[in-house]
Design a protein around this ligand. Structure first.
Ligand code: MCN
Ligand code: CUM
Length: 799
């Protein structure tokens, strides 16, 4: 008994995997001691502000900077003309397109970058922005993506004129970016032609924006004497930025140093490189002084990476008993004026091909057409897992539409179509290799927890009284951990990730990673993985990320990839440390390595429990008493190329009551079960789920970046763009199952985006379910009271 409790005590002291360890980062954050981009202040630093276009589509006839330059305190005003000799007026995007850094002869979306003013302080810079005189000649704007490929559509990108080949194949119209197809078209069409039942629905996932509390910005500092360029940047992927900056500027990559300090929320918006960064760097090089550029909220909402804007037509073919036989999807994707989606290079529609979801669908075919419009560029951000938000939304909506058509219960139809636990590893019709899952168990647990039959009985009674109550189910599957380098790269760099660990003589450690925390608490959880692997308490393991001079190269944090990639690298680097530690322990104990066994935080001689060396002992010995021929020190590096993605999943249920006179939707209950395999820190997972669900609620209930017919962006401020506070946010109930990933060294899957991916459909399905008995099969989001009331009114329910 004594030995067991002593062992448990040692285990607890480690605060390793599974421990609800408190967030290490909060100590600084809650005391206001974080260092965000705007906290970086350098001697002699200048401030930049951008002149932006008031028009969505216009020719620039002239730019006069004289008045702005004459304002005291203004150091420079840069336009495309200044960038041209450096060949920096255009830059490559991650999607294989190019984007104007400063508008060259024409503007293609409202708020596009036209000129940068650099001044002594931000206020002078802002005043000078107003003094830059730009003469525009308005052009007809293209706002509706459905009209993008009309023969008479305005041409947005004359720079691409005559270019019939894009980064992703043939272009058939000046506003056509790509057509991406996957699946068996003929086979799918055949199933549809002979199907017992088919359903079809047009589903738009509106343009939204993550809008983290901290907007985007940078400080660029070029040292003329040494030729060193240092950039502080609120970035999710600092190494990639270093590579891009080096490629663009021609500055040796070893002379470029990118530091991503504390990041005040990223959510995908801080993956790419924005024009403001590039011009700030140029300004610092030209002026020989540090230059800070930080955007305001309107600039952020109106110009940095938006999410979605997918216009989908979904079709299902099924048997009369609800067994799905085929899925056919067409997507019209509005990418704005430049294709700047931050997808892995080979995936123009991200991982939209996960749209068969959790269901065993034998045949499928998807076609995505990407088009240009006079709107801001982007499309991939906001807890999206590279378009899995859209994919999951499509299939979770479609299966409800099918259930309604057949009169089958919406939980029951899911059970009839789930990929069964024994089918894993499962290859989907669209080519995804699902590693593991247990969908029926998850849904069963949730239905029992909320007493689903009782909810349906209550709903039936309410319907009889003319009241509106909806029950929404979402049984989603995620695919995260991009990715195997054979299929995933960014600008040619494979998407591995890394961990480097160094144990100090006294038994504490530092570990550095190629990923970059933005609030996910990597400092807390990576240390837990390492603690379990190397037997050093997580409190004694410092985690560092974001400094390209010290961290090993990595592709950054997005696509919930940190746990699947860098988390795996941590475990494997830890095992390398342990391998060396075993050799040192054998040497110290004068036994053979095979005579030793690992026991929480030490190596013990088998059968002789009193003979052992702790990791602390071994760390000390590593610096003064290693076996003959072994190099001193205790360090390891691991670059981990995952063999596959991981496939977290969940079962969510949402219950709403709708006021039939005001259209107000009240979320009565939200029960979320997530399975992310081995759980590193349950409390942090719960925090991720709460955050992701709150953002899902925001998207479903109110967020939309809308444009008027002139291409003016509507609602680019928090006066209009719905940002839920604690007042509006529903109470979340969370639950879990554990289905470890078979290929991840500790069985962990990502979780950061799951609640958003799965949550949006649960809200949407709940709202539509409230009207299902009246024949309503779909209503596009967001479900503002006004929009819901319109449905109520059309149905005559408000009488
Ligand atoms: N975790 C765990 N056990 C698991 C899986 C994850 O304890 N089985 C923990 C991880 O250790 C980590 C956190 O949960 O602390 C998230 O891990 P993971 O799912 O690997 O996701 P990433 O760390 O790669 O974070 C990216 C993801 C994305 S893509 C978006 S978008 C998003 C999200 O994280 N942006 C966020 N959550 C966010 N949370 C905050 N606070 N801020 C953001 O910008
Ligand atoms: Cu798609 S948003 Mo996250 O991948 O940073």
């Amino acid at each position: 008994m004594g030995a067991i409790s002593e062992k448990l005590e040692r285990q607890e002291r480690l605060s390793g995997v599974g421990c609800q360890r408190k967030r290490k980062e909060d100590l600084r954050f809650i005391q206001g001691k974080g260092t965000y981009i705007d906290d970086i202040k350098l001697p002699g630093m200048l401030h930049a502000d951008l002149v932006r276009s008031p028009y969505a589509h216009a020719r620039i006839k002239s730019i006069n900077v004289e008045k702005a330059l004459a304002l005291p305190g203004v150091h420079a005003v840069l336009t495309a003309k200044d960038l041209k000799p450096l060949n920096l007026h255009w830059m490559p995007t991650l999607a294989g397109d190019v984007q104007a850094v400063l508008a060259d002869e024409k503007v293609c979306f409202q708020h596009q970058e036209v000129a940068m003013v650099i001044a002594d302080d931000r206020y002078i810079a802002a005043d000078a922005v107003d003094l830059v005189q730009v003469e525009y000649e308005e052009l007809p704007p293209l706002v509706d993506p459905r009209k993008a490929m009309d023969p008479d559509a305005p041409v947005i990108r004359p720079d691409l004129e005559g270019k019939t080949q894009g980064a992703h194949g043939k272009r058939v119209h000046p506003n056509h970016i790509f057509t991406w197809e996957v699946g068996d078209k003929t086979g799918t069409d055949q199933v549809f032609a002979s199907a017992e039942v088919t359903v079809r629905e047009q589903i738009t996932y509106q343009r939204v924006h993550a809008s983290p509390l901290e907007t985007c910005g940078c400080v660029a500092s070029f040292e003329k004497a040494s030729g060193d360029l240092k950039i502080w940047l609120t970035s999710q992927a600092p190494h990639v930025v270093r590579t891009v900056v080096s490629m663009l500027s021609g500055i040796d990559e070893s002379k470029v140093h990118v530091v991503s300090p504390d990041v005040g929320g990223g959510f995908g918006v801080k993956v790419g490189v924005y024009p403001g960064y590039v011009v700030a760097i140029v300004a610092s090089i030209v002026l020989g002084r540090p230059v800070k550029w930080i955007e305001d909220r309107i600039e952020h909402l109106a110009t940095t990476a938006f999410g979605r804007d997918y216009h989908m037509t979904g079709e299902l073919a099924a048997d009369r008993n609800g067994r799905i036989r085929a899925l056919r999807v067409h997507v019209l994707a509005d990418h704005g004026a430049f294709d700047a989606c931050a997808d892995p290079s080979k995936w123009p529609a991200g991982f939209f091909h996960t749209c068969t979801g959790s269901y065993d669908i034998p045949k499928a075919y998807v076609r995505v057409d990407g088009v240009y419009t006079n709107k801001a560029p982007g499309g991939v951000s906001y807890r999206c897992s590279f378009r899995i938000t859209e994919a999951s939304y499509l299939i979770e909506r479609m299966i409800d539409v099918l259930a309604q058509k057949l009169g089958i219960d919406k939980a029951e139809i899911r059970f009839r179509n789930f990929i069964q636990p024994e089918q894993f590893p499962y290859r989907s019709a669209l080519g995804c290799e699902y590693d593991s899952g247990n969908y029926p168990a998850a849904l069963k647990k949730v239905l029992e927890a909320v007493d689903y039959p009782a909810l349906r009985r209550e709903q039936a009674k309410k319907r009889a009284r003319g009241e509106l109550m909806g029950i929404g189910i979402s049984t989603f599957t995620e695919m995260v951990g991009a990715g195997p380098t054979k299929t995933c790269d960014i600008l040619g760099v494979g998407m591995f990730d890394s961990c480097e660990i160094r144990i100090h003589p006294t038994g504490s450690a530092i570990a550095r990673f190629g990923t970059k925390d933005q609030g996910q608490s990597h400092r807390t959880t990576y240390a837990q993985i390492l603690a379990s692997e190397i037997g050093i308490p997580s409190d004694h393991i410092v985690i560092e990320e974001g400094d390209t001079d010290t961290a090993p190269y990595g592709l950054g944090t997005y696509g919930s990839r940190s746990t699947p990639t860098a988390g795996a690298a941590a475990a494997r680097a830890g095992r390398k440390i342990r391998d060396k530690a075993r050799k040192i322990a054998a040497h110290l104990l004068e036994v053979s390595e095979d005579d030793l066994e690992w026991d929480v935080d030490r190596f013990v001689v088998k059968g002789v429990p009193e003979q052992f060396k702790t990791m602390k002992d071994i760390a000390w010995a590593a610096y003064n008493n290693v076996p003959e021929g072994m190099e001193p020190g205790l360090e390891a590096v691991e670059y981990y190329d995952p063999p596959n993605f991981t496939f977290p999943f969940g079962a969510y249920i949402c219950v709403v009551d709708i006021d039939r006179f005001t259209g107000e939707v009240k979320v009565r209950r939200f029960y979320a079960l997530d399975d992310c395999g081995t759980r590193i820190n349950p409390m942090i997972i719960e925090g991720q789920v709460h955050g992701g669900l709150t953002e899902a609620f925001a998207v479903a209930m109110g967020q939309e970046l809308a444009y008027d017919k002139h291409g003016n962006i509507l609602g680019a401020s928090f006066m209009d763009f719905f940002l839920p506070t604690a007042v509006e946010t529903p109470k979340w109930e969370t639950d879990y199952t554990v289905t470890p990933s078979p290929h991840h060294p500790i069985g962990a899957k990502g979780v950061g985006e799951s609640p958003h991916v799965g949550g949006v459909s649960a809200f949407s399905n709940a709202v539509i379910d409230a009207f299902a008995h009246l024949g309503v099969t779909h209503i596009n989001m967001p479900y503002t009271a006004w929009k819901v009331w319109k449905t109520i009114h059309q149905l005559g329910l408000d009488k």
